[in-house]
Design a protein around this ligand. Sequence first.
Ligand code: 16G
Length: 256
Amino acid sequence: MCYDKGNEWTGRRRSMISKQSPLPLYYQLEEYLKQQIESGEWKPGDIMPSERELSEEFRISRMTVRQALTNLVNKNILFREKGRGTFVSHRKFEQNLQGLTSFSEDMERRGLASGSKLLYFEQVKAGDQVAEALAISPGDPVYKLKRIRLADQEPLAVETSYNPVSLFPELDQKIFEKSLYHYIEENRQMRISHGTQTVEAALVTDEDAQHLMMEEGQPVLLIQRVTHLEDGRPFELVWSIYRGDSYKYRIEMNRR
Ligand code: 16G
């Protein structure tokens, strides 16, 4: 992290906190630090200056600094590690629960480059659960694949999908290295219409922790989706595991 950027910067920073302002000092510092993080000056994983450094830097009490840092920790913008210090948290992507979008579309909307790393791609016989979700018979062939979904090269999710071979006999791994939804709608000219999704909390497995560059046992969001074509046929059953520190869902609610 570029904490010490020389005297000019130090002076500019100090002037961000004004004792003349009607706003409380902790709040001014909190807003200032938040803005530095949002602008990318401090990046996820960066260590924050210590309370002592900040209090000397901004000429405010350590109590005030502590309050600003604690508020940012409570908002998950920063996190503390015992004996190590305070760090900038990973960006949390907010995902609206209305609308049926693909990972590629979600990333594009955020101005990020979406990517996929295919871990495996194979044809297997559908088990009972998969067959039921995809409205096929047990034993029917399905594609089974697992891919790491990347946002600007950073792993954000791991997805395990099942797709009926009968619907797409020609699918190959190249399609999953890009966008499945794009392929279905643009190349196959089929219409994706609706889906059902559940979201639950889980702890990451050792294997997925490695894919997502997380510590094992950390929280993740486990999302299961079944998606249908316009004629009602289900074309995918997907389990997505999103980093708990990177993703949150937003639900708009109307009372009536
Ligand atoms: C999203 C979907 C997943 C779908 C994929 C298609 C969730 C939780 N899951 O990741 O079900 O298969 O998008 O993405 O949103 P693609 O078109 O980029 O391949």
